[in-house]
Design a binder for this molecule. Structure first.
Ligand SMILES: [Ca+2]
Ligand SMILES: [Ca+2]
Ligand SMILES: [Ca+2]
Length: 419
């Protein structure tokens, strides 16, 4: 071990101890699991009694199931996760699918997935970003599989609520759009534009985007062709990317009925944002710098070059999006909007140091000067001191010592991330 390495190890260990002392490592709180679907059969047509579940409404010829549930109370530090199991029956194909909540404001996807070719799969997602929407229970939850086969699949779906976590839950949320058949063509289909009023006191704002590309004829369309997507807020491009998955090979064991040509399995192929037998994670875009509270903003989505209809078919996208907002409750130096001023806020300031043109404190501009600089560090130190003295923890050292330890803590994290 070189001297530098051992020093670094000592530094990291010391900082970790400081982190634990300062930030604490609270055990997760009580968990409640709410059953939504249990061995519920999804199919097109067929016998409605097949794998039927009491209290479930069958819609769309059996392709959509609906149940109404109420979650336990979601507190300021709650977390919600999904547990999904998709069980193979008689449908050998990969099918677009989704668990979503149906509201008067539109459908909001809780867990988007694509079934495997004839296999059984299990998935989990953290959907804490949807807490502001989930709070408005009772919830009408639907499961959809785009199948054309009788006795296609059965589904298990539960929601787990953890009532006490270290992270503050979001306070504001709203759907932006949900279009499961976004095609090329008319002028209105070029962009999706939504005008959004935001509440006052909003701090961090995250946009969740769930795109997947498909084709009506299964080849040559948007399923296997890279398309560039854009997100704009008030005319400024805040994100650009190509939804593209290249890890199909890792899912071969759950795709037993996949087509195969020599060594090539259809399920192995790279695809537009999805893989047969896996779920689709939302793309998370931090738009805090562009969406201030107490204002109206225009959010727009654009997909370049969707394949138009011709004799052999067309390309299309299944896409939805929603916004999640956090209240700025922890003061000007609470840069990560979790309600306190601590080492991770210092880390945010460190990352943002030197930035100008800030519209809020999300990158470390505590004094609203527009720039992230030394004055904001002083504001953090003041906020950190107030934070510690207000704390009931007797183990917390006095402010100056605490600040030093937090700086060590942040520096250690910073170092680890940069490797
Ligand atoms: Ca904080
Ligand atoms: Ca914190
Ligand atoms: Ca500043």
């Amino acid at each position: 071990m070189t001297k530098t390495t051992s020093l670094r190890a000592f530094f990291t260990a010391t900082a970790t101890v400081a982190c634990v002392l300062l930030l604490g490592c609270p055990a997760p709180g009580a968990q409640t699991t709410v059953n939504v679907f249990r061995r519920a059969g999804i199919q097109f047509g067929g016998d409605a009694a097949w794998s039927a579940q009491d209290g479930t409404t069958i819609l769309d010829n059996g392709r959509i199931l609906e149940r109404t549930i109420t979650l336990p109370e979601l507190g300021p530090f709650s977390r919600v996760t999904t547990n999904l199991r998709v069980i193979a029956a008689d449908d050998p194909w990969d099918r677009a699918a989704s668990i979503y909540v149906s509201t008067t404001a539109g459908d909001i996807e809780l867990h988007k997935f694509i079934t495997s070719f004839g296999g059984t799969t299990t998935h989990h997602q953290d959907i804490t970003n949807l807490i502001p929407i989930l709070r408005n229970g009772p919830l009408k939850i639907r499961a959809f599989v785009d199948t054309w086969v009788q006795q296609a699949r059965t589904i298990d779906f539960t929601l787990t609520v953890t009532d006490e976590t270290p992270d503050r839950a979001p306070t504001w949320g709203r759907t932006l759009f949900n279009d499961q058949g976004w095609r090329a063509g008319s002028e209105s289909s070029v962009k999706r534009s939504i005008s959004v009023p935001t509440p006052r006191g909003l701090g961090k704002v995250v946009l969740s985007y769930l795109p997947s590309g498909h084709a009506s004829d299964g080849s040559g369309g948007d399923e296997f062709v890279q398309r560039t997507h854009h997100v704009f807020v008030d005319g400024v491009e805040v994100w650009q990317g190509i939804p593209w998955r290249t890890d199909g090979r890792d899912f071969r064991s759950v795709n037993p009925t996949s087509g195969r040509w020599g060594d090539t399995w259809s399920s192995d192929l790279d695809r537009s944002g999805w893989i047969p037998g896996d779920d689709v994670d939302p793309i998370l875009i931090d738009v805090s710098q562009y969406m201030t509270g107490g204002a109206r903003h225009l959010v727009e989505f654009q997909i370049d070059g969707i394949r138009p209809q011709d004799a052999s078919g067309y390309g299309y996208w299944r896409a939805s999006s929603y916004l999640t907002g956090y209240e700025a409750t922890g003061g000007a130096a609470d840069f990560d909007y979790d309600g306190d001023v601590d080492g991770s806020d210092l880390l945010t300031w460190q990352r943002g140091y030197g930035l100008t043109g800030q519209v809020n404190n999300g990158a470390g501009d505590a004094d609203s000067s527009g720039a992230v600089d030394g004055l904001d560090l002083a504001a953090w130190q003041a906020g950190f001191g107030a934070n510690s003295s207000a704390s009931a923890l007797t183990a917390v050292p006095e402010a100056s010592t605490g600040a030093l330890a937090a700086i060590a803590c942040a520096a250690a994290l910073w170092r680890r991330r940069r490797r």
